[in-house]
Ligand binder design. Structure first.
Ligand code: KIV
Length: 273
């Protein structure tokens, strides 16, 4: 954990992320949706914080990422931005706010940047959203791509199983990744694809490739913070490593508190005025 004063801390930039790839240093990325969590993750010196549309599942309890609105993601993003001193903050443009046309995409990206103070945006898809990606980039907004399992298209695919196992889908994914790089994206996320394919993409691209369920041969890793901290319990894909069991820690603490309240043990005189 950093002991530096916030004025001395060097913020992570797209340039630094590129340099990390160039020298083979892995990039760490986690999701954050609120001030308190972002404070903890930033103090631990995670490189990138993603205000993911997974907030729709994790924060609001929806089954998919589709319902979250632009106003809601901006609310989450501005809470995260207020917390950080170092991390690069990327925000998902939610479903329905960029697929229509490139003007809509640019308007959404500008609202996120202006109203939240974030440093970049993320969009799902390849060649089919090229115009929107170019338009957003032309306004000077850094764009992160997202290929493989793209949860905003879940009803098209029907399942959350591993993507691009077949040659045709793998070929399309490589073409999409090259297209996003040529457009000027600063990085891409590859979700739930075979490790061998992810390695091929990371080797072909000069920009950083961040994996989630894409194996070790990429330039960095991203996980949903609530999953890796063990706050969520029902989601157990093979790629998820749990670094803590905060669900149990929190449950036990709350049970202890209730017991103390009921017994009159809390509060003591020393905890009263
Ligand atoms: O919304 C999200 O959390 C994401 C990650 C899974 C990459 O897009």
């Amino acid at each position: 954990m950093s002991t530096q004063k916030s004025s001395e801390i060097k913020r992570v930039t797209t340039h630094q992320l590129q340099e990390m790839k160039n020298r083979g240093e892995k990039i760490s990325m986690l999701t954050a949706y609120d001030f308190s969590m972002a404070r903890i993750l930033d103090a631990a010196e995670v490189d990138v914080l993603l205000v993911g549309d997974s907030a729709s599942n994790v924060m609001a309890g929806h089954e998919t990422t589709l319902p979250i609105t632009l106003d809601q993601i901006i609310y989450h993003a501005s809470s995260v931005v207020r917390a950080i001193n170092r991390a690069f903050v990327v925000v998902d443009i939610p479903f329905g706010y960029y697929q229509g046309n490139s003007s809509e995409a640019l308007r959404s990206a500008i609202r996120i940047m202006k109203e939240s103070g974030a440093h970049g945006i993320k969009v799902e898809g390849g060649v089919e959203i090229k115009e929107s990606v170019l338009r957003i980039l032309s306004a000077g907004v850094p764009v992160m791509g997202h290929l493989g399992l793209t949860p905003q298209s879940i009803y098209k695919f029907g399942t959350y199983t591993v993507r691009a196992r077949e040659e045709e889908e793998a070929k399309k994914l490589i073409e999409d990744a090259i297209c996003l790089q040529e457009c000027g994206c600063f990085a891409i996320v590859l979700e739930k694809i075979p490790s061998k394919l992810a390695r091929e993409v990371a080797e072909k691209l000069s920009i950083p490739v961040i994996g989630i369920g894409a194996g070790p041969h990429v330039d960095g890793q991203v996980l949903v913070a609530h999953d890796m901290l063990g706050i969520t319990q029902d989601f157990n894909p093979r790629f998820l490593r749990r670094y803590a069991d905060l669900n149990k820690v929190m449950h036990d603490a709350v049970e202890h508190y209730i017991k103390d309240v009921k017994s009159g043990d809390f509060p003591q005189d020393s905890e009263s005025y």
